[in-house]
Write a protein that binds this ligand. Structure first.
Ligand code: PEP
Length: 251
């Protein structure tokens, strides 16, 4: 059985004290979330050390939003997988569209980062998704297949146990425009098929595939009711504990 997950991506928001308050509020309400729904919070690097103390003993797991593509050394400003591990991180998001768009994150780099993350014992939330031009040109299936193949086809079925895929149509991120449940479901089913082609039906069945893009309490229920949607990667709405928890209660 694949896991249901709701993950919050705080992006570059909150100071450390604000982040601690936000996580405390999430932790306080986390017992209102069904036991079978996992919660992950992806916070800025500066926050991780303090936050790992706040969530101790709770069901909330900690994620970074990125990691370096090298193990250690002369890479000023970068944060390595072992550093993340050492502050209690269990996950890292990789390939978020903002990183692909603004920081030149390529699929080749993502292969390196995914390798390092898995070797360090971190799980990976790999983001894929098409932009508006690609959607309007009818290329969304091909774009998502290519992103999955370019990165995940370099890994094994065993590795897939530590990898979550997040489908995030770029045109829906932070725009208030959500993909309809049908639009999201058809891509999720397609991604599962692309995974099945390489890893077999069982691995594809067991892989958690999240939807991300203006997901909020008012639309989460319909999205999560789809057969191949196993939860959400939540941006804006994850900055309010009540909304984040309400989304996680939408199953
Ligand atoms: C995201 O950045 O991963 C995201 C889904 O953002 P939002 O929910 O704000 O659209």
């Amino acid at each position: 059985m694949r896991k249901k997950i709701v993950a919050g991506n705080w992006k570059m928001n909150t100071t450390v004290p604000e982040g601690i308050e936000l996580l405390k509020a999430v932790v306080a309400k986390s017992n209102e979330v069904p036991a079978e729904v996992g919660l992950i919070v992806a916070a800025p690097h500066t926050h991780l050390c303090c936050l790992s103390e706040v969530l101790e003993g709770s069901k909330v797991e900690l994620s970074a939003q990125n990691c370096a593509d090298h193990v250690s050394g002369a890479y000023t400003g970068e944060i390595s997988v072992n550093m993340l591990k050492s502050v209690g991180c269990q996950w890292t998001i990789l390939g978020h569209s903002e990183r692909r768009q603004y920081y030149g994150e390529t699929d080749e780099k993502l292969v390196e980062k995914t390798k390092l993350a898995l070797e360090a014992g971190l799980g990976v939330i790999l983001c894929v998704g098409e932009n508006l031009d690609e959607r309007e040109a009818g290329k969304h299936f091909d774009v998502c297949s290519a992103q999955i193949k370019n990165v995940l086809y370099n890994f094994s079925a065993e590795d897939m146990k530590k990898i979550i895929v997040a489908y995030e149509p770029v045109w829906a991120i932070g725009t208030g425009k959500t993909a309809t449940a049908e639009q999201a479901e058809e891509i999720h089913a397609h991604i599962r098929k692309v995974l099945a082609d390489k890893f077999g039906a069982q691995v594809a069945e067991d892989t958690t595939i999240l939807y991300g893009g203006s997901c909020k309490p008012s639309n989460a229920r319909e999205l999560f009711a789809q057969k191949d949607i196993d939860g959400g990667l939540i941006g804006g709405a994850a900055l309010k504990a009540d909304d984040f928890i309400a989304i996680a209660q939408s199953y």
